[in-house]
Design a protein around this ligand. Structure first.
Ligand code: PXG
Length: 457
């Protein structure tokens, strides 16, 4: 793109566009990076830089960029029937086919889909669905949902309330009533002398303590991300989720696994529940459902919930104009076909994932890295001031951005959350691209180490 045109776009952006989760005044001074093209694991910006996108957009471009089939399917569906709703006893063929496909693909008896446009909307839907579920069974007081501090479940009112991000709660008077939070499982900082396995059970028992404190007759559901993404890829010990499941069953609390990031192959399994070995009653999905090519999300729920809603629920007073949009459904179906027919999830699990894990562990040797955590195709490097201690930098968050900017200079998009460098590449990343990523990260770590005065490797 020629320089004048780029500058003009940046000026228009500064004047007219409020970016999500951004310091917009600072951005206006710096000028927005404008992305123009994508192919496989790479994107290009308006200045012509080719960047290896180790973050798959925003945890979502699972099949990689530039898949023409997805555009073709959207175009065909738009020309045939661009829109029809699923209200008033109607629907469209791709919507039905997608619901059936998801029933087949998702774990256990999560056989029923309610469509949304995003993960946030799915969680708003869930809040109402769960409370309605108990209310129509004569338990309206069983209306409390428990989430986790630093969890992320989206940006809408219910999503941000269920999430445990303090900065989000500060804006807009959240959380809304009858939502509680327990501490998240993060062994690296919180585990003390316990083994990760011991700590996982202990962290899960915080849920039991909270249920007993509130009274099981008040607690409707527990929600958690199998792996906590936005806060910095916190991967719980393998003992955590089975214990959470046991507790939910014991007190008849619905278990909600927020699979918006983990779903559709991110961990090398189709869903995070399969990676950790547990079964949810309700599951929001989005992102990888369409590989980010078009906005679509869904709430998957099990036979028990479906039966109550069908037999006692009456009309569900809830829905979006674009619930089950035929173009989005057609694209999601095609995306799932690509994931399945090209064995993308299997390859991530059995070929690229193990290689990535090995190279990630090598990065973990760097003096700046306190922990290199990874599960399938999602991971983090926790940067620390002293490798021999499990501690954050005193000025938490100041170092991650330095490393991120050095990575960008190397042509690599890495996400920094606080001082954790996050990895969540397209699932189609090759082993050669893993090597390319490794070299760029290593260079960025060395440059960062120079700046912060930690010994260089
Ligand atoms: N649940 C989870 C687990 C998510 O990660 C949502 C719900 C909300 O989905 P939508 O489609 O409404 O955005 C998400 C989204 C970050 C970041 O900073 C993460 C997300 C979104 C934006 C930023 O890592 N995850």
């Amino acid at each position: 793109m020629d320089h004048n045109h780029l500058q003009q776009l940046q000026q228009l952006d500064a004047a007219y566009h409020l970016h999500p989760f951004n310091d917009n005044a600072a951005l206006a001074k710096k000028g927005t990076r404008i992305l123009t093209r994508g192919e496989g694991c790479y994107v290009w910006d308006a200045e012509g830089n080719k960047l290896l996108d180790a973050f798959a957009g925003l945890w979502c471009v699972n099949v990689g960029y530039g898949r023409k089939e997805l555009g073709e399917v959207a175009s065909r569906q738009m020309q045939q029937l661009a829109y029809y709703n699923s209200f008033f006893s109607c629907t469209t063929e791709p919507t039905v086919q997608l619901a059936a496909k998801l029933a087949e693909l998702t774990p256990g008896d999560l056989n029923h889909a309610f469509f949304t446009n995003s993960g946030s909307e799915a969680n708003d839907t869930i809040l109402r669905m769960v409370r309605h579920f108990w209310a129509v069974q004569d338990q309206p007081q069983k209306n409390i949902l428990i989430g986790r501090h630093n969890g992320y479940h989206g940006s809408t009112v219910a999503g941000a309330s269920l999430g445990g991000m303090k900065g989000m709660h500060k804006q807009g008077g959240l959380p809304i009533p009858d939502i509680h939070h327990i501490d998240e499982p993060f062994w690296f900082i919180d585990g003390g002398d316990l083994s990760p396995e011991e700590y996982g059970v202990l962290a899960a028992r915080r849920l039991e303590a909270k249920i007993l404190e509130l009274g099981p007759e008040r607690v409707a559901a527990f929600i958690g991300e199998p792996i906590m993404g936005a806060i910095g890829v916190y991967i719980p010990p393998m003992t955590y989720w089975p214990e959470i499941e046991r507790i939910c069953r014991k007190y008849d609390v619905l278990l909600i696994a927020d699979e918006v990031i983990c779903g559709f192959g991110r961990t090398g399994e189709w869903f995070g529940q399969q990676y950790f070995g547990f079964q949810a009653d309700i599951m929001p999905i989005a992102k990888g459902l369409s590989s980010g090519y078009i906005p679509i999300g869904a709430v998957m729920f099990n036979d028990r919930v479906a039966k109550v809603l069908a037999e006692k629920g009456g009309e569900l007073a809830h829905g979006y104009t674009y619930s089950g949009h035929p173009v989005c459904a057609a694209v999601a179906l095609e995306n799932i076909r690509i994931l399945q027919e090209e064995n993308i999830v299997d390859t991530a699990k059995n070929v690229v994932g193990p290689y990535l894990a090995q190279r990630w562990a090598e990065l973990g040797e760097h003096p700046l890295v306190g922990e290199a955590r990874i599960a399938g195709m999602v991971g983090a490097l926790e940067l620390v001031p002293d490798k021999s201690k499990r501690q954050f930098f005193a000025d938490r968050g100041s170092v991650g951005v330095v490393c991120r900017d050095f990575a960008l200079k190397e042509g690599l998009i890495l996400r920094a959350t606080w001082d954790a460098m996050l990895l969540s590449p397209p699932l189609v990343m090759t082993t050669a691209q893993v090597d390319e990523m490794f070299d760029k990260v290593w260079t960025a770590l060395n440059r960062t180490a120079e700046v912060v005065g930690v010994a260089r490797a």
